[in-house]
Design a protein around this ligand. Structure first.
Ligand code: UT7
Length: 371
């Protein structure tokens, strides 16, 4: 049975920075309150031209470069997102098209902030089963588009961004070692975006009632998060036959510094072994774990040979953890330029549209001819 190694990684965040002081000019809040209660100092907010797919493509090209793969080498794209560009088509298909990943299957996965753990586990299982060789797993969000900027309970928390991993089959032991995935739908009301689905379709009234914004019972989510984070990490470690002593780094979902502190206490591990960047990006939901991992690798904190635990929680309610043996790229050659493929993909896509347009025109002529 092949092993599923994490062989490439990349991240992308919008350029625009929104600081706590900026927020205090919009709503009744202040820098000291936000830092004390969440640990957040600033977050990145999507510009008009930023979407989950554009951020994802930027992160994916970087990840493919590290793995030394072309977009056409990818068999499967899983995009975890809670802010898809459309209900359908899937954001993963937009990414597939923009990358020019012409041989890949593509689908979205929604497990909120835990989604990247679910998606990485699903990709690893597909590789282990032998059904695919190379997968691209992405966490991408622009939740700022669903935030009520008058609700100080939520608008201070969220930021935008994307992170991507390439997973590849190898006979060498390593890669994803174990994972646990949990859910409790009875807590779904504590964090939701009620409008816009088939139960509450968009109407003038739903817009007026604020149904298309994120709704959150912060205290309930806080209590749930502090209960499950450490427990899930320990469960995944046990499944891998490891203990916290065998692990170099924990990469937690970046929602709130106080939640991470509680998990560290539960696991009896020093905070220095937790990757933390919530101060600079806020809560980027499903993108937070890959963004934090990529930064830790690029800073030289996570190194080849390290064992790491990714652990998260989110709406659903969902939570989970994944243990990986970090090995790095399978091939150290650097001769692939995945960034040229999106240009070809755009040309191909344009040609396809022109052909479709001509087909429609000629169809219309035939039709009118029959009349
Ligand atoms: O990916 C999962 C996403 N969600 C989460 O992780 C959320 C988890 N929950 C939390 O992080 C925290 O519950 C919050 C940061 C949302 C809130 O912190 P808290 O310590 O639970 O504050 P609180 O809701 O108990 O509010 C305390 C006080 C209240 O005032 P009163 O009633 O005591 O006078 C709030 O009105 O702080 C007030 N408050 C604020 N003050 C200034 C709430 N939000 C703000 C704010 N600025 N932004």
């Amino acid at each position: 049975m092949p092993y599923a190694h994490i062989t490439g990684w990349g991240m992308a965040v919008p350029e625009s920075v929104l600081t706590n002081d900026d927020l205090s000019r919009i709503i009744d809040t202040n820098d000291a309150w936000i830092r004390d209660h969440t640990g957040i100092r600033e977050r990145r907010i999507a510009r008009e031209s930023d979407f989950p797919s554009t951020l994802a493509v930027e992160a994916s090209i970087k990840a493919l470069k590290v793995a030394n793969l072309k977009p056409t080498d990818i068999d499967l794209i899983i995009c975890s997102t809670s802010s898809p560009e459309y209900i359908f088509p899937a954001t993963a298909c937009l990414i597939q098209d923009q990358l020019g990943a012409s041989k890949a299957g593509a689908f979205d996965l929604l497990a909120a902030c835990t989604g990247f753990i679910y998606a990485t586990n699903m990709a690893a299982q597909s590789i282990r089963s032998g059904s695919i060789k190379n997968a691209l797993v992405i966490g991408a969000e622009t939740l700022s588009r669903f935030v009520d900027w008058q609700d100080r309970n939520t608008c201070i928390l969220f930021g935008d961004g994307a992170g991507a991993f390439v997973l590849q089959a190898s006979d060498e032991p390593g890669g994803v070692l174990s994972a646990v995935m949990h859910s409790d739908g009875s807590g779904g009301d504590s964090l939701s975006l009620p409008g816009g689905g088939s139960r509450i379709p968009a109407t003038e009234a739903t817009v007026h009632e604020g149904k298309h914004y994120i709704h959150m019972d912060g205290k309930a989510v806080f209590r749930f998060a502090t209960r499950v984070m450490g427990h899930a990490a320990r469960e995944a470690l046990e499944l891998a036959g490891l203990t916290t002593n065998d692990v170099q780094w924990i990469v937690p979902h970046q929602a709130n510094f106080r939640i991470i502190e509680t998990a560290a206490k539960y696991l009896k591990m020093p905070l220095e072994r937790f990757v933390i960047n919530v101060d600079r990006y806020g809560n980027t939901s499903t993108a937070s774990i890959p963004i934090a991992t990529v930064e830790a690798v690029e800073k030289g904190q996570i190194k080849s040979g390290d064992k790491i635990v990714l652990v998260g929680f989110g709406a659903g309610l969902t939570w989970g953890a994944l243990v990986a043996h970090w090995t790095g790229p399978l091939s150290t050659e650097r001769n692939v330029h995945p960034e040229i493929y999106p240009t070809w993909a755009r040309v191909r896509s344009l040609l396809r549209r022109i052909i479709r347009f001509i087909e429609v025109l000629s169809g219309a002529e035939t039709h009118s001819g029959l009349e």
